[in-house]
Design a protein around this ligand. Structure first.
Ligand SMILES: Cc1cc2nc3c(=O)[nH]c(=O)nc-3n(C[C@H](O)[C@H](O)[C@H](O)COP(=O)(O)OP(=O)(O)OC[C@H]3O[C@@H](n4cnc5c(N)ncnc54)[C@H](O)[C@@H]3O)c2cc1C
Length: 425
C-alpha cells in the first residue's frame, strides 16, 4: 500500500517551473500553487498581467492534490438550514455560485484541453438513518421549488439502481455534480498558466510580506526579494510564512482517503451502477466514488486528527472497516493507496475572500472546494481589477476564532462530540 495521494501518483508531475533567483517587479504575486492559485494565475495571465506564483512545496501538493476529486454542486450543508440562516435570496445566490464553480471547471478543462476525465456523473447524498431520509426529502422539495430542479429523491426500495449496498435508507441526487482526476486538473491548470508566461516557482515559500515604500508589496523568498503591485493569498491552511492573521481564522482538520486495487467492471456495475459521487449523512461523513481506472476511492474524516504518515495509516484502517460495512463484498479487495490532507475549515464552513491591508485572499473552502477554489481563483483576478461586487463572499465578516492560534488543540473534543451525535441521531 502506498502512503501517497493516488491523484498525484497517477498524473505527470508539473514540468513548467521557473528556475534561478527572483528579483524585479511583478504585477501580481500569487502565494500558493493549488487550485485557487493556479486558476488565479491563469486568469491574471490571460488579462496580460506579469504574474509570479510561489509554491512552498510542489503544485497540488496540499489539499488540491489530495482530495476526493468530487466536483459537486450544492451546499455541503442542508439547503433549508442555509436558507433559514442566510435568507433565501443569499442562500440561492451562494448555491448558484457552487453551480458556477462546476461550470468553471468544465469550461477550463475544455478551453485548456486538460485530460482529467471530467464527467457530470451526479452526486447522491445517502441517508445513513431512516429519519435522515425524511430530512433529505424536505430539503429536496425546497431545492426543487427554489433553486435546483436538477435534483430528485430515490427511495430505499429503488436504491439498487444507484448503489449495491444495504447500508442506506434512500438518497438525494444532485444531477449537475461532476467527478474528475484532480491531479491532472491542478497540474494542467498550472501548466496552462506557465504556457501563458506565469513564472511558477516550486519549493519557494513566501517568507516575508511588507509594504513597499513606493506602493505595492515587498515579497521575501529564499531565492530573493521582489516587488509585487498586488498580492493574492491562495495559501490554504498555510503553516509557512507571515500568515498569522489567516491561521487564527482557519482550523486545519485532517481528512483521509483509501483507494482499492482496480476492480472488475461487472463488480462496479453492481456496487455503483451510475458511478455517482456518493456522500452519506453522518457528521463523521464517508464519501466514495470510482476512479478513471476502475478503483473505488473511499474517504472520510475517520478521526479528528492531523494528517501525517502515521495518522493517515491509522485513519486508513478505520476507513477500511467503514468500506467493508458499506460493501461487504470488498472485504478481500486490496487497498493500494492511503493518504490524508488538511482541510481549511472556517467556523461556519463557508469560504472567505476579499482584501485586507492591500493584500487579497481566498481561503476556507471547508472541504467543499474543488469547484469553489477554481471559481474563486478566476473571480479574484476580476476583483483585483476593481470588480469587488463579483465576489460572492464579500459581505461575510471574518473574526478570529476565540482560543485558536493556529494549532487545533480542540480537535479531539470536537471528534468525540460528533461520534456521540452520530450514534444517537
Ligand atoms: C482530504 C481532502 C478531501 C477533500 N475532498 C474534496 C472533494 O471531494 N470535493 C471538494 O469539493 N473539495 C474537497 N476538498 C477540499 C478541496 O481540496 C480544497 O477546498 C481546495 O483544494 C483548496 O484549494 P486551495 O488552492 O485554496 O488550497 P491548497 O490546495 O491547500 O493550496 C494552498 C497551497 O499554498 C501553499 N502555501 C502555503 N503557504 C505558502 C507560502 N507561505 N508560500 C508559498 N506557498 C504557500 C501550500 O503549499 C499549498 O500547496 C478536500 C480536501 C481534503 C484535504
Amino acid at each position: 500500500m502506498k502512503l501517497t495521494s493516488y491523484w498525484l501518483d497517477t498524473s505527470e508531475p508539473f514540468w513548467g517551473g521557473a528556475k534561478g533567483p527572483i528579483e524585479g517587479t511583478y504585477d501580481v504575486a500569487v502565494i500558493g500553487g493549488g487550485l485557487t492559485g493556479s486558476s488565479a494565475a491563469l486568469a491574471l495571465a490571460k488579462k496580460g498581467a506579469r504574474v509570479i506564483m510561489l509554491e512552498a512545496e510542489t503544485i497540488g501538493h496540499a489539499a488540491s492534490g489530495r482530495n476526493g476529486a468530487m466536483c459537486n454542486n450544492g451546499f455541503a450543508q442542508d439547503y433549508g438550514v442555509m436558507s433559514d440562516k442566510l435568507g433565501r435570496e443569499t442562500a440561492n445566490r451562494l448555491y448558484r455560485a457552487f453551480d458556477a464553480g462546476v461550470d468553471m471547471v468544465e469550461r477550463l478543462v475544455a478551453e485548456e484541453g486538460i485530460d482529467c476525465s471530467f464527467a457530470r456523473v451526479g452526486k447522491i447524498k445517502l441517508a445513513a438513518k431512516p429519519e435522515h431520509y425524511d430530512k433529505l426529502a424536505r430539503g429536496q422539495e425546497l431545492l426543487a421549488a427554489h433553486v435546483d430542479p436538477d435534483t430528485h429523491m430515490v427511495r430505499r426500495e429503488d436504491l439498487a439502481s444507484e448503489i449495491g449496498s444495504e447500508r442506506y435508507y434512500g438518497g438525494l441526487v444532485y444531477r449537475k455534480s461532476a467527478a474528475m482526476h484532480v491531479g491532472r486538473f491542478v497540474r494542467g491548470l498550472a501548466e496552462a498558466a506557465a504556457r501563458r508566461g506565469v513564472a511558477i516557482h516550486e519549493r519557494t515559500p513566501m517568507t516575508g510580506l511588507t509594504a513597499a515604500p513606493g506602493g505595492g508589496h515587498l515579497v521575501d523568498t529564499p531565492k530573493g526579494r521582489f516587488t509585487a503591485k498586488q498580492v493574492l493569498l491562495a495559501s490554504g491552511i498555510s503553516q509557512v510564512g507571515p500568515l498569522g492573521w489567516i491561521r487564527r481564522r482557519v482550523v486545519p482538520v485532517g481528512a483521509f482517503l483509501i483507494v482499492t486495487e482496480p476492480l472488475p467492471v461487472d463488480v462496479l456495475d453492481r456496487l455503483t451502477p451510475r458511478r455517482r459521487n456518493a456522500v452519506d449523512t453522518k457528521n463523521l461523513v464517508n464519501y466514495f466514488r470510482t476512479t478513471p481506472d476502475n478503483r473505488l476511492l473511499f474517504g472520510g474524516r475517520a478521526r479528528f486528527a492531523v494528517s501525517n504518515p502515521a495518522s493517515d495509516a491509522k485513519s486508513g484502517e478505520i476507513l477500511r472497516a467503514a468500506l467493508h460495512d458499506v460493501y461487504p463484498e470488498l472485504r478481500n479487495a486490496r487497498i493500494d493507496y492511503c493518504w490524508g490532507g488538511m482541510v481549511d475549515m472556517t467556523r461556519d464552513r463557508l469560504p472567505r475572500a476579499g482584501e485586507r491591508n492591500g493584500v487579497y485572499y481566498s481561503i476556507g473552502y471547508s472541504g467543499h472546494g474543488t469547484q469553489m477554489s477554481t471559481l474563486m481563483g478566476t473571480i479574484m483576478a476580476e476583483v483585483m481589477e476593481g470588480q469587488a461586487a463579483l465576489n460572492p463572499w464579500k459581505d461575510f465578516a471574518w473574526p478570529a476564532i476565540p482560543g485558536h492560534f493556529g494549532k487545533p488543540w480542540f480537535l479531539p473534543l470536537v471528534g468525540a462530540y460528533y461520534r456521540i451525535k452520530d450514534r444517537f441521531r
